[in-house]
Design a protein around this ligand. Structure first.
Ligand code: AMP
Length: 596
């Protein structure tokens, strides 16, 4: 289980600040030379070390609660790689733009931290003993639960270290330090009588020194106003490098005699951290696969129910929202022509809900404003569990469209980043949900006109919602299609022939796009007609060409995809039929006996 930055050629792993300085000096100290290393204090954090005018600057990158990464005061990014890429385009407050990566020498791997060597073992033991798993199920559990468990295990990892002596008295600590050799910096860590407090005991000049370790309200450990750490083992590792507030750097560990022989047991959970295991999904919407087959169905989650299901809440529902009810976070979820989408919280009468806020960047541009208002008015009419619900519009510092949150982000990105962990059955389940949402649109005479995997957002790994109604239209009661007056900036690769040739848009045209969306999902986020340009695709389709069958595509899904790409719209199935085929196939695969 490697760090997500492991494959970056400028990532050095768990090295100290002075080691980073040495590498950069060796690298030539040109302006913008940079490297990335693990932060020794914050769990999951990094440090970006950058050269400017022959000086080295070190910027801590924190992993935030929602799973994004940011330099204090800077923009949030979904990973360290994306963050470095951003600062290579724009210095945005750093001493310099990142110009040149300081590459690791050939054959040099990122330096593993002390926790790296025991993490895998601890995860395995925890999963084995807490959930009683073995074999394939155990392996699956380790993969899927690792993000949650890693933090939990890291906070108790000191219990496995040779220098941790548990709840012994100060006198016992001194007895143990004085037994055998007594070099400066010989140390141990012990639990104090006061619950959940610890002390560091160290020898220096044959005398014993004891330091109380404070735990602040945010759960960080420190010694008398020194640096703060997420875990005790990070504090110890740091003090091995730097005598930050203590009399000497830590050198030789005073071994706990009972440590090596102790059976490996699941780490005990401090009461306030027990809830970590119970999390239904990560901030990025990735829900680990279940233990014992109890998967979370959308219907069992609160996000399945409309935020307005309570009639009390419905009383206040209006298109325009009050600014004071909206909290806007700095975290950006995505961006588009209109501006960016930010994370936020909307305070309703009785509850608060997480929201995504589309913020118009340039309020003076009337066409963009009109477009956003049209999208809002359209979305206001929709109420289906598989369609992103609009909460309302807020006209304040900018025009903002407030929608319910789908934290897993776009389907194509999700699948391409998690392809090794997501089964085809899971993909079929999500596609079925999209077909249910599209059937609802069809029944209500709406056409989406931009159905694509990028516009399917995930609430979690098992719950998809259709979004982006920027191009959508209502069809007149007597019409079967909408005719666009002009051809605009169209997603041609997702469009049926009659859209391109006659500007005719119907639910049948959405069915064609659904076929392309199926293909994107079943290839785990590949781009359709990769190397072809728009006009080439049009001619390819006219000549009877269609996308190839995805490698792992079940026969039933390939047949349906091809039906969606029936040339004549009159002969193409509608969503009623498509949904029924998806449902039948999904039922068929979920009823097959499981192999776990
Ligand atoms: P859009 O212009 O609607 O395609 O939005 C641009 C990006 O913002 C999307 O690709 C998502 O990453 C993000 N986004 C939009 N709406 C939501 C939402 N309701 N929940 C979470 N992320 C969203």
């Amino acid at each position: 289980m490697r760090d997500i930055a492991y494959n970056l050629p400028f990532f050095y792993g768990s090295i100290s600040r002075s080691e980073a300085d040495d590498y950069l000096r060796l690298g030539g100290m040109s302006d913008g030379l940079f490297l990335l290393r693990l932060c020794l204090r914050n769990l999951g954090g990094y440090v970006l070390s950058v050269v400017y005018e022959l000086k080295i600057y070190h910027y801590p990158i924190e992993r935030q609660l929602n799973g994004t990464y940011a330099i204090a005061g800077g923009k949030a990014h979904c990973g360290p790689e994306e963050l470095c890429e951003y600062y290579s385009r724009d210095a945005d407050g750093l001493c310099s733009v990142l110009r040149k990566p300081c590459l690791r020498a050939a054959g040099v791997e990122p330096k593993p931290g002390v926790f790296d060597s025991i993490r895998e073992h601890m995860l395995r033991e925890y999963a084995r003993q807490t959930w009683n798993l073995e074999g394939e199920a155990l392996e699956q559990a380790i993969i899927s639960q690792a993000p949650q468990l890693q933090k939990l295990i890291a906070t108790t990892a000191h219990e496995k270290m040779v220098w941790y002596h548990g709840p012994i008295s100060r006198e016992d600590a001194e007895r143990r330090l004085y037994s055998g050799a007594q070099p400066d910096g010989k140390f141990l860590l012990r639990q104090r009588k006061e619950a959940a407090t610890y002390a560091l005991s160290m020898l220096y000049g044959k005398s014993a020194y004891h330091y109380k370790i404070d735990l602040d309200k945010s759960g960080k450990f420190s010694i008398t106003d020194g640096s703060k750490f997420d875990t005790l083992w990070q504090l110890v590792e740091y003090l091995k490098l730097k005598s930050d507030g203590v009399i000497n750097v830590l050198r030789e560990a005073c071994n706990n005699p009972s440590q090596p022989n102790e059976p490996v047991k699941p780490p005990s959970l401090p009461p306030n951290r027990q809830s970590v295991v119970g999390l239904a999904c990560n901030p990025d919407g990735y829900t680990p696969e279940p233990f014992g087959g109890h998967r979370i169905h959308p219907e069992d989650t609160s996000s399945y129910v409309s935020p307005y299901s309570d009639p009390e809440e419905l009383k206040d529902k209006k298109l325009y929202l009050k600014r004071e009810c909206l909290l806007i976070d700095e975290v950006e979820l995505g961006s588009g022509n209109f501006g960016c989408v930010k994370k936020g919280v909307y305070k309703m009468r009785k509850k608060q809900i997480d929201v995504a806020i589309k913020v118009l960047k340039n309020d003076n541009e009337k066409s963009l404003k009109d477009e956003l208002m049209k999208e809002a008015e359209f979305m206001q009419k929709l109420d289906n569990p598989y369609i992103v619900r609009m909460i309302g519009v807020c006209q304040a510092e900018h025009l903002m469209l407030v929608m319910e949150m789908a934290a897993g982000g776009p389907l194509n990105k999700f699948l391409s980043s998690k392809k090794d962990h997501i089964s085809i059955d899971n993909v079929v389940e999500l596609l079925h949900q999209v077909s249910v949402g599209m059937k609802y649109l069809e029944e209500n005479n709406f056409v989406h006109r931009d159905l694509a995997a990028r516009n399917v957002l995930l609430v979690n790994q098992h719950y998809a919602k259709i979004s982006d109604f920027g191009l959508s239209k209502a069809i007149g009661a007597d019409d079967s299609y909408y005719k666009a007056r002009t051809a605009g900036k169209w997603p041609v690769k997702w469009y049926a022939p009659e859209c391109i040739n006659f500007r005719k848009f119907s639910s049948k045209a959405d069915v064609w796009s659904f076929g392309i969306t199926m293909w994107e999902a079943l290839t785990f986020g590949q781009k359709p007609y990769k190397k072809m340009k728009g006009p080439e695709v049009v001619s390819f389709i006219e000549h009877g060409g269609r996308l190839d069958r995805p490698a792992e595509c079940p026969d039933e899904m390939h047949e349906l995809m091809q039906e969606c790409w029936t040339y004549k719209w009159e002969d193409r199935p509608g969503f009623e039929k498509v949904e029924s085929k998806m449902r039948n196939y999904h039922d068929q695969i979920t009823q097959k006996p499981t192999t776990v």
